[in-house]
Design a protein around this ligand. Structure first.
Ligand code: DON
Length: 307
């Protein structure tokens, strides 16, 4: 029998002693204030248990992890038609790259790079105002995490809006190909708020549970999506969830995962559990340095790899 709590406690202890913690993202100034000496980890299992260690109760900005949730909403609303807006191939380029858009008629490679997530948000707006779409996104996240206290961090969203140049470039470039239907500032405002959602490791692990059990959140007993869609979202997380670091993450951890520049990573071990880690310092690609290391240790101890 695996003692998950002991494994988490040991990992948290080891991470507390790490000196090489990576670099906190500062291109969103509000994130630059976060103390890099933090580390949290939580595991939610289908039987309803949640195991935590370290700073698992501290809120952080989920950033790109939110793209898993908007992808799920997008597939729910548009079905396979979503793939006319965005592809499903790894890009091998940084998360904020513009390069491939020019060669591929403004259609982003996948829903997890910034351009792809902006295209997904435009697709799910369907003529509605940002406020309505954001209400829908927040309601969905609260529903899958079974926690109504989850909310946006408006300061982080405003900070990103004030430094929007790169994402605005991506959006206008896509719009020039006729790819975006809505006003660029409204799409960006929605996207930045989606990224600003604040959650802790415990809430995030619970939010991932539906991807552990073929679309059913076994804890609440609710089917969120069908089994095929759940498998497909996991495959996208595996292939594209860490941008140009996806191969390295698959090699080291061997699980579907999605990172965010806030330092969080949501990882799914199908049939076993959902693992959320957080440590704000990032590697050169923009993925949590200690988060990845902790997951590597966790998988070694539990054998919870898909390989
Ligand atoms: O658009 C951005 O740049 C951020 N809101 C999200 C990027 C991100 O999280 C990349 N992840 N590692």
């Amino acid at each position: 029998m695996i003692n998950i709590q002991k494994i988490l406690d040991d990992i948290a202890k080891e991470m507390a002693n790490e000196t090489d913690r990576g670099k906190v993202a500062d291109y969103i100034p509000q994130l630059a204030h976060v103390d890099p000496n933090q580390f949290g980890i939580a595991v939610a299992t289908p039987d309803g248990q949640v195991y935590t260690a370290g700073d698992a109760g501290t809120l952080f900005s989920i950033q790109s992890i939110s793209k898993v949730f908007t992808l799920t909403i997008g597939l729910g609303k548009l079905g396979n038609a979503l793939w006319t807006h965005v592809g499903r191939e790894p890009s091998g380029d940084p998360f904020n790259s513009i390069m491939m858009l020019e060669h591929e008629s403004g259609r982003p490679r996948n829903p997890f790079i910034n351009a792809g997530a902006i295209a997904v948000v435009d697709a799910i707006m369907m003529g509605h105002e940002p406020k309505e779409t954001l209400g829908e996104i927040l309601q969905f996240v609260r529903f899958i995490a079974d926690d109504d206290s989850i909310s946006f961090d408006h300061k982080v969203a405003a900070s990103e809006m004030a430094h929007k140049d790169r994402n605005a470039s991506l959006a206008y470039f896509m719009k020039s190909f006729g790819r975006l239907k809505h006003d660029v500032d409204k799409v960006l405002g929605t996207y930045f708020h989606q990224c600003s959602i604040a959650m802790n490791c415990q809430q995030l692990a619970q939010a991932g549970l539906f991807l552990v059990s073929n679309g059913i959140n076994e804890h609440t007993g609710v089917r969120v999506i069908n089994a095929q869609r759940s498998r497909r979202i996991n495959s996208l997380m595996m292939m594209c969830g860490h941008y140009d670091g996806s191969g390295e993450f698959a090699y080291r951890v061997g699980l579907p995962g999605k990172s965010g520049v806030g330092g969080g990573i949501l990882t799914i071990a199908p049939g076993e559990g959902s693992i959320a880690v957080w440590s704000p310092g990032l590697d050169h690609i923009g993925n949590s340095k200690l988060g990845t290391k902790a997951l590597e240790l966790f998988v070694q101890e539990t054998g919870w790899s898909v390989f």
